[in-house]
Design a protein around this ligand. Structure first.
Ligand code: NAP
Length: 259
């Protein structure tokens, strides 16, 4: 069965594969925004609540995929994505697949190549939010992959993160790379925090403080909200005043710990 690509008339029909904590929140957001929403989950009972609210509960992945030109997948990991989608054999051709399952940039690029071979428009997405944040101003969702696919479904995707939906570029690995970078920082900072020593590594707090000041001034000059860089600049200034001018970024933990 073929579904024509979405045109601008009315909200796009969407299919959500995977109804764990996050997938359920995504499907609920599409439903609440008036999108015709088809859902599927490996454990079918998890679809009951959404079905009661008007979602169509598909009996199989193939049936779910056939129901909409926009297919969002959000399952545990990349292996689960392939267990679900590999057997579909052409059913996704001509559709747009948005993978919101967390993965690496290498997985995202491999998935983009996999999708291209099957004539699927593929966007990789990174969710920088918890399920409760979805559809609120606190949600941030980053996308990478073909710009035209993003443009076609931007309105629908914006339902999930009304103030935080961003397309990073055509390279499908970009969205995952952002999360990998953040995860890398956290992993590196954790032992420093445990040891109470904060080596400067790439830059000292004095340098970071200046960078934050520049960011704040640049934001203000552009009319963009500068509260966050100003706040970080303030914290860095306090840490510097307490003797951490030559320490690294992780020294800020001592400021976060204060009441
Ligand atoms: P979850 O509540 O544990 O749900 C996992 C989902 O994956 C369930 O729908 C599960 O189906 C499905 N699944 C697992 N293995 C499968 C397989 N082999 N075939 C088919 N379905 C399979 O996890 P979640 O919190 O929704 O997270 C889903 C994704 O969102 C993850 O990649 C996670 O990193 C990402 N994410 C989550 C959060 C968050 O705060 N929760 C934030 C950002 C990103 P069953 O119900 O049948 O087990």
């Amino acid at each position: 069965m073929s579904t024509p690509p979405h045109t601008t008339a009315g909200p796009a029909a969407v299919t959500v594969l995977g109804l764990g904590r996050m997938g359920s929140a995504l499907a609920a957001a599409f439903l609440a925004a008036g999108h015709s929403t088809t859902v599927w989950n490996r454990t079918p009972g998890k679809a009951d609540e959404l079905a009661a609210r008007g979602a169509r509960h598909a009996g199989s992945v193939a049936e779910a995929v056939a129901a909409a030109p926009l297919v969002v997948v959000c399952v545990a990991d990349d292996e689960a994505v392939h267990q679900l989608l590999d057997p579909l054999d052409g059913a996704l051709a001509g559709r747009t697949l948005v993978n919101l399952t967390t993965g690496t940039s290498a997985q995202a690029r491999a998935n983009a190549a996999w999708a291209k071979e099957r004539r699927i428009a593929f966007l990789d997405g990174a969710i920088m939010a918890v399920p409760e944040d979805i559809a609120t101003g606190d949600a941030v969702l980053l996308y990478s992959g073909p710009r035209d696919a993003f443009d076609t479904y931007e309105e629908a995707l914006r339902v999930l993160a009304p103030a935080g939906t961003t397309h990073l570029g055509g390279d499908a690995g970009l969205a995952a790379r952002m999360t990998t970078v953040v995860a890398g920082y956290v992993t590196a900072a954790a032992p420093e925090v445990d040891a109470g020593t904060y080596p400067a590594g790439d830059a000292t707090l004095t340098v970071h403080q200046e960078a934050m000041r520049h960011l704040a001034e640049e934001s203000e000059a552009l009319g963009v909200n500068a509260e966050l860089p100003r706040f970080l600049q303030l914290l860095a200034g306090r840490a510097v005043a307490e003797g951490h001018a030559e320490s690294g970024y992780s020294a800020l933990v001592e400021q976060f710990r204060k009441a």
